[in-house]
Design a protein around this ligand. Structure first.
Ligand SMILES: Cc1cc2nc3c(=O)[nH]c(=O)nc-3n(C[C@H](O)[C@H](O)[C@H](O)COP(=O)(O)OP(=O)(O)OC[C@H]3O[C@@H](n4cnc5c(N)ncnc54)[C@H](O)[C@@H]3O)c2cc1C
Ligand SMILES: *[C@@H]1O[C@H](CO)[C@@H](O)[C@H](O)[C@H]1NC(C)=O
Ligand SMILES: *[C@@H]1O[C@H](CO)[C@@H](O)[C@H](O)[C@H]1NC(C)=O
Ligand SMILES: *[C@@H]1O[C@H](CO)[C@@H](O)[C@H](O)[C@H]1NC(C)=O
Ligand SMILES: *[C@@H]1O[C@H](CO)[C@@H](O)[C@H](O)[C@H]1NC(C)=O
Length: 484
């Protein structure tokens, strides 16, 4: 059940009813009063925690309760999302008003199948599914329950990114509600500054009620899940490094590969795994022939639609989760070093109940970096230097109990710091930090990682579109990664 949230809602009511509900900060009493007022506009679309069956991915977010949750069903009503953030307050308000965009999920194919208009609260799997009836697809998530909203506003890396770039570089137009209740659009030609800011600026500028995105002809895809004995780690890393960097392989734009080094308390072991992806219905694509020479512990392959491939079941509201990230330039020796560091750090928290921790890496391919310059460019500040890709490293951990939060946070921060230091020594550090993978501790560095000019430009645009600072950390929509 997808969800996106916002701390306040006065603007919805403003847009809808022409009356202003003034919420002074998020004081509980004010929010409770606001919820009462919202009920008069939204009726049964306002839900109170004691009788709400709302579910959300992360247990830390499931545990906090807003004063109420509103499910608007149109832009003039306002907007939904996927609820895949990790920190209490990111998607579910603590005591305030949660705006759940999950009814805004209409999908309409336009322009002879070259574009689609998708509601701001749709999930990837719903969009894949709707487009597949026309043999089309879009730049969506690996996991189907991820929402269009947070995914696309922050970046959006997809199995299709080698060919088409990141999700944020495949949006032609955003339909938005601004902080003062104005409904407008942003594109390369209309509100181009806001268009730039929405390409990477997260939840700081507007509530997006609809995205007009690129669609493309697409049939079933190949997906291969492989795992390897620790004996073959270095050989596998050699071949993975080639898949990430060798232009003979990366120039096959159908190809994608995600590397996982994982520890699960259920099996008490570290595992090296890889997901092979290919955009055509071909068993064992040739691009993987070298890595396929290495003996596997297991290998399962499927050819299927993206809606089925991405529709695995993930636990909702039961696991606690932490992401933290860094970005590096290619270095084969750093890959080995990163796995060693991760393993050393995980050893110290192996007894944490329910531990499932993963070091994940995949490239930002040259072609995806080039697409970041289309239509005036995005806000991320990633440049194609020396014609090289970059690697994203994500440490993603799930565990069971609140009393292990501190230990998991410490392990993760230590691992990221040590890998960053190793990258620095090798001369392959990169400043960019992916907002959708940043930890709460890293949040204050995300926008400066876009580069000084883009950081300043985003702040200038924020002041113009939201002069009262309603969408800033001092305003009413405080969760997730804030620019100001
Ligand atoms: C299982 C899983 C798989 C993932 N796979 C990928 C992947 O393949 N590629 C990738 O790049 N990332 C991936 N991610 C990371 C994902 O991009 C982020 O977690 C993202 O923030 C989730 O967006 P959401 O809309 O689902 O979450 P939410 O928690 O609903 O949204 C995140 C933030 O964005 C805001 N927001 C959401 N919708 C809107 C909107 N319409 N207008 C304005 N603000 C909005 C919310 O208020 C919230 O503050 C994955 C995460 C998980 C948990
Ligand atoms: C995804 O899986 C769920 C649960 O198994 C199922 O109800 C739903 O129909 C599936 N969606 C698609 C598009 O396959
Ligand atoms: C989609 O592709 C399949 C297989 O090629 C074909 O049989 C079907 O007619 C196509 N559907 C549409 C709507 O084009
Ligand atoms: C891995 O190496 C160990 C020790 O060298 C050996 O006993 C084991 O058989 C190897 N496993 C595989 C799968 O090759
Ligand atoms: C709402 O904000 C936008 C951006 O600052 C501004 O252009 C517009 O005039 C404002 N509308 C109203 C009704 O205040």
């Amino acid at each position: 059940m997808p969800r996106t949230t916002v701390w306040l809602v006065s603007f919805l009511a403003v847009a809808n009813a022409g009356a202003t509900i003034h919420l002074t900060r998020n004081a509980l009493a004010n929010c409770q009063q606001a919820c009462g007022q919202l009920s008069t506009f939204f009726g049964s679309a306002v839900h109170y925690p004691d009788s709400d069956d709302f579910t959300i991915w992360d247990a830390k977010q499931q545990e906090v309760h807003p004063s109420c949750r509103v499910e608007p069903s149109s832009a003039s009503d306002v907007a939904k999302g996927g609820g895949h953030s990790r920190n209490a307050g990111d998607s579910n308000s603590i005591g305030g008003v949660t705006v759940d965009l999950d009814l805004l999920s209409d999908i309409e194919v336009l322009d002879n199948g070259n574009k689609a208009r998708v509601g701001g609260g749709a999930t990837s799997v719903r969009v894949y599914h709707a487009l597949e009836s026309r043999n089309l697809s879009f730049v969506g998530g690996r996991v189907g329950s991820v929402g269009m909203g947070g995914f696309t506003l922050g970046g959006g890396t997809s199995p299709f990114s080698n060919k088409y770039g990141w999700a944020l570089d495949n949006v032609f137009e955003y339909e938005v509600v601004l902080a003062n209740g104005t409904i407008t659009t942003a594109s390369e030609t209309h509100n181009p500054d806001l268009y730039f800011a929405l390409r990477g600026g997260g939840n700081n500028f507007a509530i997006v009620t609809a995205f007009t995105i690129r669609t493309f002809a697409q049939g079933p895809v190949f997906t291969g899940q492989t795992s390897y004995s620790a004996n073959y780690t270095e050989q596998v890393l050699d071949k993975v490094y080639n898949l990430f960097t060798d232009t003979d392989l990366t120039s096959d734009l159908e190809m994608g590969y995600d590397l996982y080094y994982s520890y699960r308390s259920s099996s008490d072991d570290f595992n090296l795994m890889g997901t092979q992806r290919y955009g055509k219905a071909i068993q064992n694509p040739l691009v993987f022939r070298e890595i396929d020479q290495i003996p596997t512990l297991s290998r399962t392959t499927t050819i299927g639609s993206m809606s089925s491939v991405s529709n695995g079941s993930i636990p909702m509201g039961t696991t606690r989760n932490l992401f933290a990230t860094l970005t590096v330039s290619p270095s084969r020796s750093l890959l080995s070093r990163a796995l060693q560091i991760f393993q050393q750090e995980v050893e110290s928290i192996k007894s944490v109940p329910g531990l499932d921790t993963n070091l994940i890496s995949y490239p930002i391919q040259r072609n995806a970096i080039a697409a970041m310059k289309n239509r005036g460019g995005n806000a991320l500040g990633i440049d194609l230097e020396r014609d090289e890709p970059l690697f994203i490293i994500l440490i993603s951990t799930a565990w069971s109990n609140a009393n292990d939060d501190v230990a998991v946070n410490r392990m993760t921060a230590n691992a990221v710091d040590r890998i960053a230091l190793a990258a620095d020594k090798l001369g392959v550090a990169n400043r960019y930090m992916y907002i959708n993978y940043a930890s709460a501790e890293q949040a204050s560095q995300v926008f400066s990682s876009y580069g000084e000019d883009n950081f300043q430009r985003l702040k200038d645009i924020q002041k113009v579109v939201d002069p009262r600072g309603i969408f800033t950390s001092k305003g009413l929509w405080k969760g997730f990664v804030k620019l100001l």
